[in-house]
Design a protein around this ligand. Structure first.
Ligand SMILES: *[C@@H]1O[C@H](CO)[C@@H](O)[C@H](O)[C@H]1NC(C)=O
Ligand SMILES: *[C@@H]1O[C@H](CO)[C@@H](O)[C@H](O)[C@H]1NC(C)=O
Ligand SMILES: *[C@@H]1O[C@H](CO)[C@@H](O)[C@H](O)[C@H]1NC(C)=O
Ligand SMILES: *[C@@H]1O[C@H](CO)[C@@H](O)[C@H](O)[C@H]1NC(C)=O
Length: 615
């Protein structure tokens, strides 16, 4: 850590701020900061925002909203223009699903798309979440793509026109442009990882196949000062490796900058001395900052010819905590000078949308924090123990079979975020579980077989050999990298790879550190100085792929002969394979719906019944 980069502002100082952020957002807390390194070309990246565009209303550290980000980007572009360098904005998908701002309207996203389009994004692409539901991909095609015309890239994604049945590119395959101030010639692509869970109105072409196509082979032969590959793709997976090899094979010395997403972490990877990749977390917690120094444009302004290999280049990154304290710090502005009219307008658009959607309606008061990964499972601070011991026994009940002993299984990836002590609102239901998963069941499964299902789902090994199902898809995406590491080493890069912040558990912060706020303490290929805000480390704990409730078992502790095996629909393929593995031959036709309500609705009903209303 370079000490001179830090400024220390007295801790505990609360800033009073003018009309920006959401009115109910907690004020950011001052903290020691690292400044942003600027280069010839600079980038701001968002990824996996999952419609948290109102910011985090229960966490001061991430409390700025999309309007504040617009103000920030406008101020930073001004700074870039003032000194004659370039700034580009990137978004790498999964903008939808995960917050009431998108999920709470019918149809979904009634207010959402108009809010997102206000940001002036230079390169944007699709995530897997835009493609799960056919109506969401249709809106992506007919709304977001035109909203970002010329900026939206779909290198390996097609859309099927519902009228003609014709398969067409979702958006243009790549983009060639020259930056405004430095005249840097960029060839940019927009990829999605080799995703297979999409609805049938889109076609995702495997990356490895796309890079053999003629248009791609032509594009990587274009004259470029910099290749920019954005994608909803993890930095250490096989897809970026393949793209990197293809481009590097053709251009031995041209700088390449990748931006990735999907696994919800902060990450920075070095592929070689002129090829780097950045990934900027999740849920509007993080803005990624990337700067490249030493690039000479051959475009309109700087006509000087590049001689020989580009020698001294540097690639630097920062992860910016999304709050106004940091935005003021990085722009050198303050509460009265920071917000632009445009940014303020978008903050009020968000506020109006939240009001119209009634997102602050209280369902009940959480009596304590319940953590996804920040507390050990099992344990009374774990959201999964709460689900397993309190919610599922009351939710996995139907009148007809209420006395039947049963096992109810949910994958941990079905829950996406923590519950904080205090108001649990309409919005929180979508934040916790945006999915429309439903309980299904197989009746009267021999208990000796049913009881083996959970361990098989959690240990993976043997099942993985007999099927293409991927076990890490069951757990929260944040765990993806460590799980692939353990279960499926063949898909990982051969280099050893330490996952940011997800060792379990991390060592706690040492006592001699000042009284820092808990938060991200990222370690990546660039070292441990990436975060813009100095934080106390948070311990993360691994959770199993699936959890199970045992319900209505005999009082005398004896084993039942048979049980109803209940599970959320998402995991049905894994359940059937696991049963087969233990010698039962159930088919899809043996599965019935157990309850009509979604898991989210059942959880909301439980909260309304069991938690006090008055917080
Ligand atoms: C876009 O697609 C959605 C979902 O199919 C549809 O409801 C909407 O009418 C379409 N909008 C336009 C402008 O075609
Ligand atoms: C904000 O900055 C401006 C310009 O430097 C200054 O005039 C003003 O007093 C500052 N306001 C606050 C509240 O610090
Ligand atoms: C902000 O909103 C006001 C009122 O709707 C409008 O008059 C103004 O043009 C908007 N300004 C910007 C920069 O969007
Ligand atoms: C949670 O568990 C801890 C340790 O087992 C115990 O001390 C505490 O009382 C428990 N809290 C609740 C609310 O059950």
């Amino acid at each position: 850590m370079t000490r001179q980069l830090l400024t220390w502002t007295s801790l505990g100082l609360f800033l009073s701020l003018t009309a920006a952020e959401q009115p109910s957002a907690p004020k950011p807390v001052a903290a020691p900061m690292r400044s942003l390194p600027w280069g010839d070309i600079n980038f701001l990246q968002t990824t996996d925002t999952h419609s948290w565009h109102a910011g985090h209303l229960q966490e001061p550290q991430y409390s700025a909203d999309w309007g504040d980000y617009i103000s920030f980007a406008e101020r930073m572009r001004q700074k870039a223009d003032d000194v004659g360098v370039d700034l580009l904005l990137v978004d790498t998908g999964d903008r939808i699903e995960g917050n009431g701002l998108y999920d709470a309207s019918d149809p979904k996203g009634v207010y959402f798309y108009d809010i997102v389009k206000e940001q002036n994004i230079d390169i944007i692409c699709t995530g897997n979440h835009e493609l799960y539901q056919a109506d969401a991909s249709a809106r992506e095609y007919n709304t977001t793509v035109p909203n970002f015309k010329g900026k939206y890239l779909a290198s390996n994604l097609d859309y099927i026109n519902p009228k003609t049945g014709e398969q067409v590119p979702m958006a243009q395959r790549y983009r060639k442009f020259t930056t405004k101030n430095k005249g840097i010639r960029i060839v940019a692509f927009g990829f999605l990882f080799d995703f297979t869970g999409n609805a049938d109105n889109t076609v995702v072409q495997p990356v490895e196949k796309t890079i053999k196509e003629e248009w791609f082979q032509d594009a990587i032969r274009e004259e470029a000062d910099l290749f920019v590959i954005i994608g909803h793709v993890t930095l250490h997976g096989p897809e970026y490796k393949a793209i990197y090899k293809a481009i590097r094979g053709q251009n031995w010395d041209t700088p390449i900058q990748f931006f990735g997403g999907h696994s919800h972490i902060r990450d920075f990877a070095k592929y070689d001395s002129k090829a780097y990749a950045l990934q900027s977390g999740r849920y509007m917690e993080t803005l990624g900052w990337m700067s490249i120094e030493g690039i000479k444009g051959k475009g309109k302004k700087d006509g000087s010819k590049q001689l020989g290999p580009r020698a001294s280049m540097s690639f630097k990154r920062r992860y910016i905590d999304n709050n106004l304290f940091g935005y003021h710090y990085h722009t050198g502005l303050n509460e009265s000078t920071f917000s632009t009219d445009h940014g303020k307008n978008v903050s009020s658009m968000i506020h109006e949308a939240r009001k119209a959607l009634d997102l602050d309606r209280i369902y009940g008061c959480a009596p304590r924090d319940l953590w996804l990964n920040r507390a050990p499972y099992p344990g009374n601070k774990s959201i999964f123990t709460w689900l397993e011991e309190e919610v599922m026994p009351e939710a996995a009940v139907t009148e007809k079979r209420k006395d039947k002993p049963r096992l109810a299984i949910t994958n941990t990836g079905a829950l996406r975020f923590d519950i904080f002590k205090g108001a649990f609102t309409h919005d929180t239901t979508y934040i916790i579980s945006p999915f429309v998963s439903q309980f299904r069941y197989i009746r009267d499964v021999p208990y000796k077989s049913a009881k083996q299902v959970l361990p098989l789902l959690n240990n993976g090994g043997p099942i993985l050999k007999t099927t293409s199902l991927k076990h890490w898809e069951l757990a929260p995406p944040e765990q993806m990298s460590i799980l692939t590491d353990i279960i499926a080493p063949e898909v990982l890069s051969p280099e050893p790879f330490v996952q940011n912040g997800w060792q379990s558990p991390l060592i706690p912060a040492t006592d001699d550190e000042p009284d820092l706020i808990p938060g991200y303490t990222t370690k990546d290929d660039g070292g441990d100085d990436g975060d813009d805000t100095l934080h106390k480390q948070i311990s993360f704990y691994r959770v199993p792929n699936c959890i199970q409730s045992t319900i209505s078992f005999p009082d005398d502790g004896s084993d039942p002969e048979t049980v109803d095996l209940i599970f959320v629909d998402f995991i049905q393929p894994w359940i059937l394979v696991a049963l087969q593995y233990v010698g039962e031959s159930y088919k899809e036709t043996d599965v019935s719906i157990y309850r009509e309500e979604t898991l989210t609705q059942l959880m909301a009903a439980w909260i309304k019944k069991n938690w006090k209303k008055d917080c």
